[in-house]
Design a protein around this ligand. Structure first.
Ligand SMILES: Nc1nc2c(ncn2[C@@H]2O[C@H](COP(=O)(O)OP(=O)(O)O)[C@@H](O)[C@H]2O)c(=O)[nH]1
Ligand SMILES: Nc1ncnc2c1ncn2[C@@H]1O[C@H](COP(=O)(O)OP(=O)(O)O)[C@@H](O)[C@H]1O
Length: 206
């Protein structure tokens, strides 16, 4: 009897894996400086939730680690990659691969990914209910520039970023994405961390 129920449990777990019910992805979006990387790091450090590493042609920033923050590419190497989705943001290319997603899912059934809002749409279309979409925002957009300066970004890069079409677009959500989003205000990190803890507890119980 005990043996049979063990087999049954194995079949259920295996079925869930096969049908991808267990594999989920927390997608984090929002404007530059809002705290996407900070949230992703918190998920990794506190909950061992790995981040799907994406590719970019933008220059590496102070404090970033190649292969961990991003895979840093040039225009030629970027063209050779096989992407799940890719976009131009400002003057640089960004893209995520199915291989990187599978690699992260091999480590853990719950992973995180940072993308801009067109990327969010692609993931929602392709992965549907496996996606938990967090949109980060702040009450006063003027803090974003201050945070980018405090992060040590170059002033010239900050100006280009803040004036880009994509940055301005991602200050707000389209109606279509708003329906799917869990909006999190990140004015205050302690409060944000508490809200993330609640989200993880909820996801663990689903
Ligand atoms: N669609 C898509 N967006 C990405 C990808 N990787 C990063 N991004 C987005 O590209 C934008 C610029 O990223 P980054 O240069 O690191 O600037 P940050 O927002 O200031 O940290 C952000 O909105 C990221 O979410 C990707 O693989 N696909
Ligand atoms: N709630 C917050 N209050 C103040 N500073 C924050 C907060 N959240 C993140 N930061 C800081 O703001 C800067 C930008 O955060 P980051 O996570 O890199 O943003 P993003 O990845 O969205 O561009 C970092 O220096 C980070 O430490």
């Amino acid at each position: 009897m005990f043996y049979n129920s063990e087999i049954l449990l194995y079949i259920i777990v295996d079925f869930k894996r096969e049908s991808n019910i267990l594999q989920r992805i927390i997608i984090i979006a929002g404007p530059s400086g809002v705290g996407k990387t900070t949230v992703s790091k918190y998920l990794t450090e506190k909950y061992h939730i790995p981040r799907v590493v994406t590719h970019t042609t933008r220059p590496i920033r102070k404090g970033e680690i190649p292969g961990k923050s991003y895979y840093f590419e040039n225009d030629k190497s970027f063209k050779k990659l096989h992407f799940f989705e890719h976009v131009k943001y400002g003057e640089y290319q960004y893209g995520s691969s199915k291989e990187a997603l599978e690699k992260a899912w091999k480590k853990n059934d719950l992973v995180s990914l940072i993308v801009e809002t067109d990327g969010v749409k692609s993931y929602l279309e392709k992965l549907g209910k496996q996606v938990y979409f967090i949109y980060l925002t702040v009450s006063d957009f003027s803090v974003l520039k201050k945070r980018l300066l405090a992060r040590g970004d170059q002033a010239s890069e900050i100006d280009k970023r803040l004036n880009s079409y994509e940055f301005k677009r991602d200050l707000h959500l389209s109606d279509e994405l708003a329906k799917e989003a869990h909006v999190l205000n990140n004015d205050n990190w302690k409060e944000t961390a508490k809200k993330i803890d609640e989200i993880i507890a909820k996801l663990d119980n689903e």
